[in-house]
Ligand binder design. Structure first.
Ligand SMILES: [Ca+2]
Ligand SMILES: [Ca+2]
Length: 330
């Protein structure tokens, strides 16, 4: 220490005093030497395709030979998932908005049709059984999973439901507006808000007066038929920038994820999939009977896995031969 020059000792003392006087500077200095984790990859690109597996060109399509099901290539990329707080019809579970990056995948151009369902399962569960080209309805999440597995078994390919993030990325197709077609959606662009009425059920409350109960019992059902109760032929409406049709409306589409209203606050940036605790599964895109705001790209809904209604259908993913979400085996 005796050899340590006085000038250097003075400089070291001055530097120490400076660091103590300015804790922010000390923190920054520490960060600069250790490297804050995650800071350097903040603006990284989407997960790169595996070695030697170049992505198909944008706009590529592939047809599954047995069912004729057409798949559109959805290229790798990043997007902002969720909706801004001022979006009309927004629910709290659409936030916080966060960046998500996905590996590319093939996604059904349309919802699975009744003909495509029958070709693999030998039946048609649809309530609105208007023809082979209409989307299959009355499909539960369990049934959708079984269809994906059966198609894979019969054709030797792997098929699955989209993750919730894949679904929203595909629905947006590069847009940040509520719909892929802009700020609003019209009946020339999607199947929604069709009116139907169930026969009126006498709803008698125990708290009602005797007169009220008698009136309810004798009231004639207001509507005996379900007017306009139908889906549209799959693919009737314009495609989005990825070539996909009916992401907005027609039938709700099941996703793989367990529904969790708070998932966005903790979901990973790359290829998120909520396979955690919970029973309800995610439904996306609204249906032929729901309001325009339910069709928004960011809207999230849910259903029990065995619930099947005339509003629920599906669309399939054919995984690319490259790293993607680790999904449970069917
Ligand atoms: Ca749909
Ligand atoms: Ca919702």
């Amino acid at each position: 220490m005796k050899a340590f020059p006085a000038l250097a000792r003075l400089a070291a003392a001055l530097l120490l005093a400076l660091l103590l006087a300015a804790p922010g500077l000390a923190l920054e200095a520490a960060g600069a030497t250790t490297g804050a984790p995650g800071a350097s990859d903040k603006h990284a690109k989407a997960p790169a395709p595996g070695p030697g597996s170049a992505e198909p060109p944008a706009g590529s399509v592939w047809t599954e030979p047995r069912t004729g099901m057409i798949f559109c290539w959805v290229p790798s990329g990043c997007f902002v998932m969720g909706s801004p707080e001022n979006e009309f019809g927004r629910n709290l579970d659409e936030g916080p908005q966060h960046e998500v990056c996905l590996a590319g995948f093939w996604l059904g151009q349309t919802e699975v049709t009744q003909g495509q369902w029958r070709a693999i399962m030998g039946n048609n569960p649809s309530l609105i059984a208007n023809g082979a080209d209409y989307p299959v309805d009355q499909v539960s999440w369990d049934m959708a999973k079984a269809y994906a597995a059966a198609l894979g078994k019969k054709t030797g390919g792997g098929f699955r439901l989209p993750t919730e993030a894949e679904w929203e990325y595909a629905a947006r197709a590069g847009t940040r507006t509520p719909y892929a077609f802009g700020e609003a959606i019209s009946h020339d662009e999607a199947s929604f808000e069709k009116r139907y009425s169930l026969p009126a059920q006498p709803a008698v409350s125990k708290r009602k007066s005797r007169k009220g109960r008698r009136k309810a019992r004798t009231a004639a059902p207001k509507v005996r038929i379900w007017p306009n109760m139908h889906t549209n032929v799959a693919g009737s409406f314009p495609a989005n920038a990825f070539g996909l049709r009916d992401m907005h409306g027609n039938v709700w589409e099941w996703c793989e994820d367990v529904y969790d209203a708070r998932y966005y606050a903790r979901s990973p940036r790359e290829n998120p999939l909520n396979d955690g605790e919970g029973d309800a599964r995610v439904l996306r895109g609204g249906s032929w009977v729901t309001k325009a705001e339910t069709l928004r790209s960011a809207n999230r809904s849910r259903g029990w896995p065995d619930l099947h209604t005339a509003f629920y259908g599906l669309r399939l993913v054919r995984p690319a031969a490259q790293p993607g979400p680790a999904l449970p085996r069917p």
